[in-house]
Design a protein around this ligand. Structure first.
Ligand SMILES: NC(=O)c1ccc[n+]([C@@H]2O[C@H](COP(=O)([O-])OP(=O)(O)OC[C@H]3O[C@@H](n4cnc5c(N)ncnc54)[C@H](OP(=O)(O)O)[C@@H]3O)[C@@H](O)[C@H]2O)c1
Length: 345
């Protein structure tokens, strides 16, 4: 998938290689056979000297600077917003194909926001900087895109159940430390990433609320979904953090422009790439984050016709937020860009 021609033009830089998304990207690149010599692991000065796994091998971490990033054929930015804001356009202006995981560029009208299953057509040879959506937006948009190919969408209501890995490595460590303290009946470490303890808890905010009461995370889901679908369909979200390490879930109500049944939606989603049905409640088969973690698919189940409105269906989904919700979507963007001739392999 990544040919010698691309690799000859320069390395593939993974910036943020010591973080959760960067680590997953390295795992995926190794798994698809990109040679270790073609990959560069970049992070802050503080991480220089560390090594990170690359398949069965390791890579030494180097500092992100003009010398290391300049000349990369491809750069995955798995970094905080200010880092992506600075280095994304810098590298793109030098011909690097940049795939950014942060939220900084997602709603910029000049920057394509891409889930290849939904809108690969926006990847053209002129594009050098691409944004990949929020980890809850990606599975939601994939499901809605399938439904809207058969029925127009009127309104979508979504509540999320988001894993702590969505907040980075620090949050995973925070949950683990609090869980350990609860088991050992020791003093619980004070929350640092979240505003309240996450162990044994459910937090009805995924980041700070704005003046309208909605959080930034909720607005990401709402606006990014509209951008991906190229539609003004109202999407109203409640984003909730749960004490799960990996795997975001969502409860979704989809109102369509005409009658729709659970069987319709089951059939449409069952045939869609990247979506796996887990929908046999009598046998206890439904999506769970534990099941989705480590897999590439968006798992969908609990598909039900609304008992009061024949234009509405309800469903539940789970997806690995670090794979299709983040790193894997980045890799899929690279593969789609190569496949469509937007960059040569
Ligand atoms: N986690 C998810 O599920 C998810 C999903 C979608 C999008 N995202 C987004 O993806 C990005 C990375 O998330 P993450 O969860 O992997 O975070 P993380 O685990 O906290 O890792 C952050 C990474 O960025 C590096 N970094 C920070 N400042 C830097 C700088 N000035 N120069 C170079 N590297 C720098 C860190 O390097 P050091 O170790 O050297 O500090 C680390 O490798 C964020 O924008 C996040 O919002 C995450």
């Amino acid at each position: 998938m990544v040919g010698a021609g691309l690799v000859d033009r320069g390395p593939i830089a993974v910036v943020g290689a010591t973080g959760l998304v960067g680590e997953m990207l390295l795992d995926l690149l190794a798994a698809v056979g990109v040679p270790r010599a073609a990959v560069m692991a970049l992070a802050t000065e503080q991480s220089v000297g560390r090594t990170v796994p690359y398949g069965r091998e390791t890579l030494s971490v180097r500092a992100l600077d003009e010398e290391t990033l300049g000349g990369a054929a491809v750069a995955f930015l798995a970094t905080p917003n200010p880092v992506s804001a600075r280095w994304g356009p810098w590298a793109a202006a030098r011909g690097t194909f940049v795939i950014d995981k942060s939220s900084h560029w997602r709603l910029d009208p000049a920057v394509p926001l891409v889930v290849p299953e939904v809108n690969a057509h926006v990847l053209t040879p002129a594009v050098r900087l691409v944004a990949t959506p929020n980890c809850s937006t990606i599975p939601l948009a994939m499901v809605l895109d399938v439904v809207r190919r058969h029925r127009g969408l009127v309104r979508v209501l979504v509540s999320t159940y988001q894993a702590v890995s969505g907040s980075g490595r620090g949050a995973v460590e925070e949950l683990a430390a609090q869980e350990r303290a609860r088991v050992e009946r020791a003093a619980e470490p004070a929350p640092r990433v979240y505003r309240a303890p996450i162990a044994g808890n459910v937090l009805p905010e995924c980041d700070a609320p704005g003046a309208d009461g909605f959080t930034g995370e909720e607005w990401k889901l709402m606006r990014e979904t509209q951008k991906l679908l190229e539609s003004a369909v109202p999407v109203v979200a409640t984003a909730v953090r749960v004490p799960v390490a990996v795997g975001h879930s969502e409860s979704v109500a989809i109102q369509c422009t005409s009658a729709v049944t659970a069987d319709d939606v089951r059939e449409w989603l069952g045939a869609a790439p990247g979506i796996r049905l887990a929908d046999d409640p009598d046998r206890g088969i439904w999506p769970t984050p534990r099941q989705a973690a480590g897999t590439d698919d968006v798992w969908v189940g609990r598909i039900r016709s609304d008992p009061y409105a024949d234009d509405t269906v309800h469903l539940f989904l789970s997806c690995d937020n670090l794979r299709k919700g983040a790193a894997l979507n980045g890799l899929h963007i690279l593969q789609a860009a190569i496949g469509r001739g937007a960059i040569s392999a």
